[in-house]
Design a binder for this molecule. Sequence first.
Ligand code: SAM
Length: 649
Amino acid sequence: MRFIGNKELITVEIKNLLEKKGLLSVQSNLFDEDKKPLTFFDAFCGTGAVADSLKNSVNLIVNDMIKWSVIYAKGRLTSHNCNFGKLGFDPFEYFNLNNIIKKGFFYQNYSKGGSERMYFSSENAGRIDYFRHTIEQWKTENLISDYEYSYLLASLIESISFVSNTAGVYGAFLKHWDPRAKKPIVFQKVVTKESEHLNIEFYNQKIEDLIESVECDILYLDPPYTQNQYGTQYHILQTLVLDDNPSMSPVTGSRPTKPMRSDWSKDYKSHILFDRIISKTKAKYIIFSYSTDGFLSKSFIEASLKRYGKQETYKCQKISYNKYKNFKSRGKKEHFEYLFFVEKKEEKDVKYESPLNYIGNKARMIDELKYFFPKNIETLIDGFGGGFNVGINSNANTVIYNELNHFVKALVESFRVNDTYQYLIYMKRIIKKFNLKKQDSASYTEARDYYNSLPFSKRDPKLLYTIILYGFNQQIRFNGDHGFNNPVGMRWFNDKVLEKMISFSRIIKEKNIEFENIDYTELIEFIDNDTFIYLDPPYRLTTGAYNDGKRGFKGWGIDAEKRLFKFADFLNNKSIRFMISYIIEHKGQTNEELKNWIKLNNYRLINVNEVVGIQRKEILIVNYDKNGNTAFCNKKQISKVYKDWAVIQ
Ligand SMILES: C[S@@+](CC[C@H](N)C(=O)[O-])C[C@H]1O[C@@H](n2cnc3c(N)ncnc32)[C@H](O)[C@@H]1O
């Protein structure tokens, strides 16, 4: 049958890809323990074309949120199990040898027999009612198996496609009679690959509700990619399969479509779902079919697949459909499909990136930092949280994010407290309202002035975030009056930022995180012996927008540095583990005070390997060894002073 987006034509490409990756078992190997067939999860099965082409070389899990799709796919995939032994005759011959008509739901509502609707000729509609009724009766009387039932329903779906008075889909009928529709219906077999199948399981759920529970090796995704809702376009087939006399819309006679509505047919929702599905699947391999004209751009898909997948395994193949088209459709606009492949990373290796381009951020150093973190941390405190690249990537049970700049804290927290879809819709509205464009100073200044004109209590972090994305290097800078003052830039809300924002917004909601907006020394109240505190202060030898003292927030000079040393000593005295990111040398200058302090206390100084894209030479200072023990560091004489931070201050 004709079906929007069906992959019949590219099943060969999918099979070739699986073969190249060594993921298909050959029949002769099936009993070899090491070559046990893998389980392939066709999550949006549609007509089941892809699953059908693979059914003899993989175990299958087949799903679609629309019931008729699942029944149709089931009929095709398990046709091998149908011999109609119990029925005792060939149902196809039986149906085609009589002319019985039943004036049922289709006759009354989808033909001129009982309505104004012209989906079928009255005779064909009556035949359809008769077939449907008889199949149900055989099922009720136990004359056919569940497989045979699905096979007959799939065949009925196939049969009506040759006589429907519609333009390919079943959303609406034609106003004139197409000659096809006048031909008498023939009950014919659904097209299937003539071969046995391995194990098959069927589901009829939204993939987003199912993904976390499905054990599979290969996840195949072929979601809708336009606003076209399958439920609306194929409502007739759903009613045919459910046989439930639904209420109907007046003109098209459609059953209620709300229960069949898919979020994959909505732009931002499909982005959010894609991120979730890729992150949550238990599959080791992911194959993704998508049209080049779909909502998700190649750059978004690539960023997402590389976040959760091993970069070196990522593949994207662009397939021209014209290569496969028949002569009838050849003249039409060329259509391309992408076929993506990636092997998933282990969850512990997935890295999230802040959607804020925070100066001095540690996004590129996460592996190094995590390598030197103590193991099995109960609570991690990210004391100078900034864009929150570090804390978000920790495996601690609880993470405390702290940031003194309340605008920044509110920005980071905004990704947690706002529904991501609503956030994106808000941003879209703001971009439209101010007509924000890259490098467009007038629109940018207008938006920025508007933001700065609002009283502090009304300054919405979502608005600030949207404006930030169009500013110079997407940096966060404030003047002495706490007005946002970054000039316009060359960047915009592109799909790489969108991907970072969506994945970050998901994980920040999933983890157990507390948000604080206090001086780092006040974090004492959250610290106990199981706490690990990571401190990434401004560096005295470099200047960031936040540490020149002129941006409305505290600067970072020698006194601030001394205070930090004192605080670290205080933690050390209490055997609380800390890590400080810092810089010891910069542009020929050395921070001698720092060197002396490290030596005096016998702290561990770790030189971080050079990181591509970061010029500064970063160091880490920690007070614990590889086993997490702090004993080797020098403790101060236990005097009163080092017992209570409030006294030291
Ligand atoms: C592009 S078609 C799949 C075509 C299929 N590969 C084939 O060859 O026939 C997309 C399918 O996704 C289904 N779908 C839409 N949203 C879904 C969701 N949230 N969960 C599962 N299936 C969904 C639609 O009902 C439709 O059958």
